[in-house]
Design a protein around this ligand. Structure first.
Ligand code: SAH
Ligand code: SF4
Ligand code: F3S
Length: 480
């Protein structure tokens, strides 16, 4: 690919303020893309692959929005796309291994397609060792950027297209939030909405605060404006996103609580369902429990990661609550919202975890009776305090605990799911069933899925469904 020079006149016209600057670069990248399309003699396509959490999924929608504005066409098959973007996750080591594995494969494909470009972004790129490794062993990558400057994607892409060289731009941290960039939704009827970025909790096992930076809350007016626009565009369900939504608003110029924000969002006409993720138990307030109890729109589901049931391990994890405190919270929530579904995250094999500690975790699982639980084997993340703790637990012991935990969790979720069998509930239809096109898949307020006869015209609609049969963690139902 040939380099083209930016003239002094062009440089002068570049706006300094955001988002205007990025809109300028979108226009410029359009021109660059036209040139590349002429060279190739056909339209050019992109494929964004997302690893990790909902925060990353939302970031990817922003990348897609920018790419479509520039004039790229979406291609779902990564191997056929002219521009492949990996939005990476580094929360556990196996996430990183998957990226390296797939990059090897992409490198071989790129050799055959001279128009192909590869970009990497997301949490993994915030680790200096990763970027070093990529520079050394994966020289075919075109563009690398991090989590803090994702809003500059158009500018970075234009720079890559105009310079013909590998572009790397990673920021250590930022206090900036850029509003009003284009973004493309995966679903027409529901959307994630960032309410805050970063994390200040520094749980001792977790790399997120290092790769996502310090906690910053978005201005409530910007959040409300975004949701109002989404609703005007057909969205009926929002998922408010943050690593610890319960501490929303603490750093704002005029502080406000998460519960207050929810009350404001509740008032938006046309919005039917509100979800949020993730709640840290240490900051879950009585005010929030009250709002959840009173709300018509907040879904009957709370994801409340416990991580461990042992107060001793919780302290070493720097979670700042005890087993007793957590169980009390659960009781309070169940009293205020009787039919709420509770889900959690659990880590097994944290350094120093004994069989007794593990039994405490099983005890919490049996007492709370989660509707579902994500279980993880502890993964050592370089740079976190837990990585240098003594007594790392041997692999066979961790695997054995993990299996015992999983079977307990699965049995309880199946029992919890069966409780609703026979009832009629409202489902928001999300898609035609992947395996059987005579069925559609809908999500209940409590976050469980139900499959029932229907067709594509129902997508985005609320439909009352009788839950005929529970199949472990989903239902087969029928419209009533
Ligand atoms: N902010 C959220 C969690 C984000 S990470 C919260 O605090 O709840 C999602 C989950 O990954 C965590 O809840 C935790 O269970 C798991 N996790 C994080 N770091 C991990 C590690 N080093 N090893 C294994 N699991 C980890
Ligand atoms: Fe990680 Fe803890 Fe922050 Fe969650 S709250 S992202 S587990 S440091
Ligand atoms: Fe992974 Fe980053 Fe999310 S590390 S879990 S994608 S915040």
């Amino acid at each position: 690919m040939e380099a083209i020079k930016r003239t002094a006149d062009q440089e002068m016209k570049i706006p300094v303020s955001e988002p205007e600057r990025q809109y300028y670069f979108i226009e410029r990248a359009k021109v660059d893309l036209e040139r590349l399309k002429k060279e190739a003699g056909r339209p050019l396509t992109f494929c964004v692959t997302t690893f990790g959490c909902q925060m990353n999924a939302r970031d990817s929608e922003k990348l897609v929005g920018i790419l479509e504005k520039i004039g790229y066409i979406e291609e779902t098959d990564e191997e056929k796309a002219d521009f492949v973007i990996y939005n990476t996750c580094t929360v556990r080591e196996n996430a990183n291994q998957r990226v390296y594995g797939r990059l090897g494969q992409l490198g071989r494909i790129k050799k055959k397609n001279p128009h192909m470009m590869i970009a990497l972004c997301g949490c993994m790129m915030q680790e200096p060792e990763v970027v070093e490794k990529l520079k050394k062993s994966y020289g075919f990558i075109d563009l690398i950027f991090g989590t803090h400057n994702i809003y500059k994607f158009a500018e970075l892409l234009a720079t890559r297209m105009e310079s013909g060289r590998m572009v790397i731009d990673i920021w250590k941290d930022t206090d900036k939030i850029v509003e009003d960039l284009p973004s493309e939704r995966k679903y027409s009827f529901k959307s994630g909405v960032n309410i805050m970025f970063g994390c200040n909790n520094f749980c001792s096992y977790c790399i997120v605060p290092y790769v996502r930076g310090r906690e910053r809350s978005r201005d409530p007016r910007a959040i409300i404006r975004e949701i109002e626009r989404l609703v005007a565009d057909g969205v009926v369900e929002v998922m408010l996103l943050g690593q610890n939504v319960n501490s929303y608003g603490k750093t704002l110029d005029s502080p406000m609580t998460f519960a207050q924000l929810l009350r404001e969002i509740e008032k938006i006409d046309g919005l039917r369902r509100i979800r949020f993720m993730t709640s840290h138990p240490k900051d879950l307030s009585d005010e929030l429990i009250q709002v959840m109890g009173e709300s018509e729109k907040i879904c009957k589901h709370l994801h409340l990661p416990v991580q461990s049931g042992s107060s001793r391990i919780l302290e070493k994890m720097n979670r700042r609550y005890t087993k007793e405190h957590y169980l009390e919270l659960v009781e309070k929530i169940r009293a205020a919202v009787p039919d709420i579904s509770l889900t959690t995250d659990i880590i097994v094999g944290f350094p120093g975890e004994t069989e007794e500690d593990f039994q405490e975790t099983l005890d919490v699982v049996r007492k709370v009776r989660y509707d579902s639980a994500f279980t993880f084997i502890y993964s050592k993340r370089t740079g976190t305090p837990a990585a240098v703790m003594g007594n790392q637990v041997p692999e066979e012991i961790v695997k054995d605990r993990f299996n015992r935990l999983l079977s307990e969790v699965q049995q309880i979720s199946a029992e919890m799911c069966a409780v609703h069998e026979g009832t009629v509930q409202t489902a928001l239809v999300e898609s035609v069933n992947e395996h059987d096109n005579k069925l559609v898949t809908g999500r209940l307020s409590n976050n469980l899925l139900v499959h029932f006869p229907g067709d594509a015209s129902m997508i985005g609609q609320f439909i009352d469904v009788r839950l005929r049969e529970c199949r472990g963690f989903y239902y087969i139902g029928e419209q009533v």
